[in-house]
Every structure is written in C-alpha cells, then in structure tokens.
Design a protein. Structure first.
Length: 301
C-alpha cells in the first residue's frame, strides 16, 4: 500500500514538473500556434515533392544509417511525415523486423504510404507522439526526424518514447539549429515578414527553428528519465534547381502557408515571389545552394 501511495505521489510530482516545463517552453520559444502542427490539405504533396528533397533527404539518409547500425528488431518512428526516413530505413532493416510508422496527421501518413513499396514489415498508424498507443517496453528503437519541435510538451514526448522502449533501447531524433544557421529559412522568414509588417508570420523561426538550445534539450531528456545523452551538430547543404523552387517549398509546403492564408490568402503568391527574390539576391539566379544545420541526438538509459 505504502509503495502504491509513493508511486502515485511520484507520478503526480512528475506530471506537475511537465506542466511547469510546458509553460517554460511556451515562454522561451513563443507559444506554438495551433496551425503549426497542421500538415494537411495541399501541404503533404508540396512538402514531399519540394521540402523533402530540399532539406530532409540528406538528413534522412544519415538517420537511417544511424538507426540501422544497431540492427534493431523493432522500430517505432514518430512524426514520420511523408515518409522520407521510412523510405531510407526500411531497406536497411532485417527481413523479420517490425517497423511501426506513425504521425499525428493522417494525410501525411496517407501520402507516405503511397510512396512506399508494399512491405509487410511496415504498420502505418496515426498517433500523437505524446500519447502513444503502444505497451510499455515494446520497441528496440524509437526514431523521430525533425518532429520534437512540434511537441507541445517535450518532456512528456520524451518520457513517452522512453516508456515504449525496451531496457537498453535507444531514442534517435533530430531538431533544426537556430534559423540564422539555416540560410533559406532565414531569407524566406525575412522576406515574408516584409509583406505583413504589422503581423509577420513567424512559423519557421518559432517552431521548426525554435528548439535548438542543446543545454535545454539535455535538461528535458534528463527530466524524462534518460541517463545517457549524445548530441552532435551537423552541417549539410540544401540545394534547389532555382530560388523559386526553394521559396515555393517553404511558403506553400509547410504550415507557413496556413499562417499566410490566415492573414490574406490572396497574398500567397506575392509572398512566394518576395521570398524568391530574397533567395535569388543572396544565392543567385540559377540553381541555389544554402547552408542547413541540425542537432542529432541519441538518448538511452
Ligand atoms: C517537419 S515534419 C517532419 C516529418 C518527417 N519526419 C521528415 O523528416 O520529413 C513534422 C511532422 O511532425 C508531425 N507532428 C506534429 N505534431 C506531432 C505530434 N504531437 N505527434 C506526432 N507527430 C506530430 C507533423 O504532422 C509533421 O508530419
């Protein structure tokens, strides 16, 4: 009885810590808008055809290598989006591996499934990374590429990943570094801000590039119970056939589109044109190349 009461008190204390932590995150990053997590409508297609080749593919190849190196028998992917990691990782897993691929937004998973060849090892499932519909200790690996920034409470999201990991299992995930280290995202944010000077859309700075403090990431993983944490900062390059391709990707293939349309849908094209001019003026008229930088994290224990 006494143990049960102690467990309940510990659970209550942890829940309270998460509430406080969630409030801290809101204050530090600027509160995430509801529209920031909506990847639906025309976003999945634009995201996959324009954003993925621009900034996600190179990182996905690295993530797949990293995960596959531990030869996991079971993998849970959270915030899988349009499946760029899934496509890179599935061929590297053993013939008997179990691979459960999840995302909050069903339209992203639907799109991912259409791009994946038939593979009986893969199970597609809509799931919130903060409330996973899986038993404790059911996976060798949890992986999540560029999803944690969207979690309304990261400590709760990390604790949930840890809960479903088997003892000795590992959590692999990545987040973008600050926006100033990511050239096109910075150019687009500044250009679109000039179109709406009184209420600049800040999605890119606030959410994808709003969670880059390595000390905070360590602290939140520790609070979620992880004991061993490795973080590596990696620089890559982002390439697009033209400034317009890069600008269209950011303005129309991410929830930045939701923010622009909420202000004035008729200005989506003008905002994209201004972003195109900004990228072209800094990176040239032909094919463009810009720096991207991310943190890659492995947590266990
Ligand atoms: C930037 S995309 C990354 C997608 C994919 N991992 C990739 O690398 O292309 C972020 C994804 O997080 C998903 N997402 C947002 N909030 C989530 C949550 N609470 N749980 C699970 N997925 C979430 C979105 O639907 C979106 O697909």
């Amino acid at each position: 009885m006494r143990n049960q009461a102690a467990d309940s008190l510990e659970g209550l204390a942890r829940a309270l810590e998460w509430v406080v932590e969630g409030a801290d995150q809101g204050i530090q990053g600027g509160l995430m808008a509801e529209s920031d997590k909506v990847f639906a409508g025309s976003i999945p297609k634009f995201y996959d055809t324009l954003m993925v080749p621009l900034i996600f593919e190179a990182n996905a190849a690295d993530m797949a290598e990293l995960v596959a190196a531990s030869s996991p028998g079971s993998v849970l992917e959270t915030a899988a989006g349009s499946g760029v990691v899934t496509r890179a990782l599935a061929p590297k897993l053993s013939a008997h591996a179990r691979y459960v691929v999840t995302d909050l937004n069903q339209p992203m998973l639907d799109y991912a499934a259409t791009r994946q060849g038939s593979d009986s090892r893969i199970e597609w499932r809509q799931a919130d990374a903060l409330d996973l519909p899986f038993e404790d200790a059911s996976f060798d690996v949890v992986c999540c590429q560029f999803g944690a920034m969207f979690f309304p409470n990261r400590v709760a999201g990390y604790a949930e990943a840890r809960r479903v990991l088997r003892p000795g299992g590992r959590y692999f995930f990545s987040v973008w570094d600050r926006i100033e280290e990511n050239a096109f995202a910075d150019d687009v944010t500044n250009a679109v801000a000039a179109v709406f000077p009184h209420d600049p859309p800040r999605f890119l700075a606030r959410t994808p590039h709003g969670y880059h403090d390595v000390a905070l990431i360590r602290k939140e993983l520790s609070r979620a119970g992880f004991a061993d944490i490795e973080i590596e900062t990696r620089e890559e390059v982002s390439r697009a056939p033209s400034a317009r391709d890069a600008a269209t990707a950011y303005c129309q293939g991410t929830p930045l589109r939701n923010e622009i349309e909420a202000r004035d849908a008729s200005l989506l094209q003008l905002a994209t044109d201004r972003a195109t001019q900004a990228i072209a003026s800094r990176h040239g008229e032909g094919p463009v190349v810009g720096k991207i930088q991310a943190h890659v994290i492995v947590a266990s224990g």
